[in-house]
Design a protein around this ligand. Structure first.
Ligand code: FAD
Ligand code: FES
Length: 277
């Protein structure tokens, strides 16, 4: 039996420069059978590895029904992510996954969806947004709220513009600081929460980004009457094994790699922003 730590080989089909520090790698497993068998859900992640450098968890941003390619959008911040940034089309890397529990898209059917994200926290929700828009009749209203520190940090402007044109869809974007010709709000993203057209009795919320933002978003939603069981958060913790063995990603009694990264607020709320966890 092969080791669960053994990565499969993937090839970079395309590298898309999203900003000076953020890029997307479009990948395919080099073994055609493994590639054909590969399945994931929006919100799950892969462990991407570079031989001799290391391994990091990165969310999958593409639609699960896309033509057997999968995209990872990465911010180059350290050893491994800066190594990934140097990859070009044709280069190879290792992949383990998909891992973790993704967004509750089956449970969300028939409900309105509110998505609140900050910075690169938008990445794990992109697959969920595309999933909902491609199956529009199954879901109610979709509200997307995204905040960035500076307007230059906003990725996928065209996608946000296109989503805003969709039926039953509201898009609210804020930048703490903005350059000229920024069409959206200037200020804290929390200032937009009150504009969200949310019917608390039928809303399921998905939050991802800095924990302070998720906590503020969850509090706002609770204040409007959204049940804690209907608020879901995607958590980030340092990871090693990604399969619930090593304890690196432990959060209270839970492991982010196995029990998450997507958790119900009802379960994870007490552990948000607790130092040392
Ligand atoms: C479930 C999950 C999904 C993720 N999805 C994505 C994604 O889609 N795109 C993406 O770019 N990143 C994502 N991350 C974060 C990514 O895994 C880290 O940025 C990466 O592990 C950093 O590794 P490194 O070797 O490049 O940096 P290191 O050399 O390990 O660290 C460089 C510096 O960054 C800090 N750092 C390390 N990890 C994080 C972190 N998670 N958050 C903030 N600071 C950190 C370190 O403390 C250090 O100061 C995800 C993490 C998790 C747990
Ligand atoms: S990374 Fe090892 S238990 Fe989660």
């Amino acid at each position: 039996m092969s080791s669960p730590y053994l990565p499969l080989e993937a090839e970079v089909l395309e590298r898309i420069e999203e900003s000076p520090t953020i890029f997307t790698l479009r990948l395919r497993l080099t073994d055609p059978d493994a590639n054909a068998a590969y399945r994931f859900s929006p919100g799950q992640f892969n462990m991407l590895s570079l031989y001799g450098v290391g391994e990091v968890p990165i969310s999958i941003v593409s639609d699960p029904e896309d033509e057997k390619l999968f995209d990872h959008t990465v911010r180059a911040i350290g050893r491994v992510t800066k190594g990934l940034a140097r990859l070009r089309a044709g280069d190879r890397l290792g992949i383990r996954g998909p891992y973790g529990r993704g967004w509750p898209l089956a449970e969300a059917q028939g409900q309105d969806i509110a998505i609140i994200t900050g910075g690169l926290g938008c990445a794990p929700t992109v697959a969920a947004i595309n999933y909902v828009l491609r199956r529009r009749a199954r879901y109610g209203r979709l509200t997307v709220i995204q905040g960035v520190k500076h307007s230059d940090d906003l990725l996928w402007r065209q996608r946000y513009r296109a989503w805003a044109q969709e039926a039953k869809t509201q898009v609210l974007i804020a930048a703490d600081q903005a350059g000229p010709a920024w069409p959206w709000h200037v200020g804290a993203v929390t200032e937009l929460f009150a504009q969200a057209e949310i019917d608390a009795s039928r809303t399921l919320a998905m939050l991802c980004g800095p924990e302070g933002l998720m906590r503020a978003g969850a509090r706002h939603l609770r204040g409007r009457g959204v049940a804690p069981e209907s608020i879901w958060l995607s958590m980030e913790r340092n990871m090693h094994c990604a399969i619930g063995h090593c304890g690196h990603c432990q959060l209270g009694p839970m492991f982010v790699c196995k029990d998450g990264p997507v958790f119900r607020y009802a379960d994870i709320g007490p552990y948000l922003d607790v130092r040392g966890l």
